[in-house]
Write a protein that binds this ligand. Structure first.
Ligand code: AR6
Length: 169
């Protein structure tokens, strides 16, 4: 049984087995959550992302997929990088956003992670409407058969927190 927990705050301040990054396919960093994770986690994360690019993802990590690296100086064992869909480009089709949560949890299971902190993937630069993204995220986690014991959604502001709280009822 997976417990879903909501927290308002900065995901880089969380303690968890794995922290999920809302990355882009380059795996080389960016703004938002991605920028914060690399800033607070230090250069070891980017070093491993570069190695992964060289060995596996020369064309980029595909949207909806996930891959793990060290968590560097974050209070976690791993960062699981996933690439959310851009809302406009996806036409609102939920499948790739669902895939981000499923793939991140599949990687977490491979690693043996029991607590996983997620941001609200795609709801910033990638423009996914919060209420819809919250519904997709919660449904994806609830439908997943996983050994992860705690999924923690870490929401940056009031609006995001309320959107997720409404889904949990
Ligand atoms: N902790 C928790 N949530 C945060 C934090 C934080 N430190 N910072 C922002 N958020 P975004 P995306 C929220 O843009 O939409 C990057 O440049 C934010 O308010 O980080 O998937 C990547 O490199 C929003 O609700 O991710 C990609 O190019 C949510 O996290 C692109 O942005 C996601 O916003 C990915 O865009």
């Amino acid at each position: 049984m997976t417990t879903i927990v909501l927290v308002q705050g900065d995901i880089t301040r969380q303690s968890a087995d794995a922290i999920v990054n809302a990355a882009n396919s380059s795996l080389l960093g960016g703004g938002g959550v991605d920028g914060a994770i690399h800033r607070h986690g230090g250069p070891a994360i980017l070093d491993e992302c570069r190695r992964l690019r060289a060995s596996h993802y020369g064309k980029g990590l595909p949207t909806g997929r996930a891959v793990a690296t060290t968590a560097g100086e974050l209070d976690a064992r791993w960062v699981i990088h996933t690439v959310g869909p851009v809302h406009r480009a996806s036409g609102g089709d939920p499948s790739l956003l669902t895939s981000c949560y499923r793939e991140a949890l599949r990687v977490a299971d491979e690693l043996g992670a029991r607590t996983v902190a997620f941001p609200a993937i795609s709801t910033g630069a990638y423009g996914w409407p919060l209420e819809d993204a919250a519904r997709i995220a919660v449904e994806a986690v609830r439908a997943m058969d996983t050994a992860v014991e705690e999924v923690r959604f870490v929401l940056f502001d009031d609006r995001a927190y309320e959107a997720f709280a409404a889904q949990l009822g």
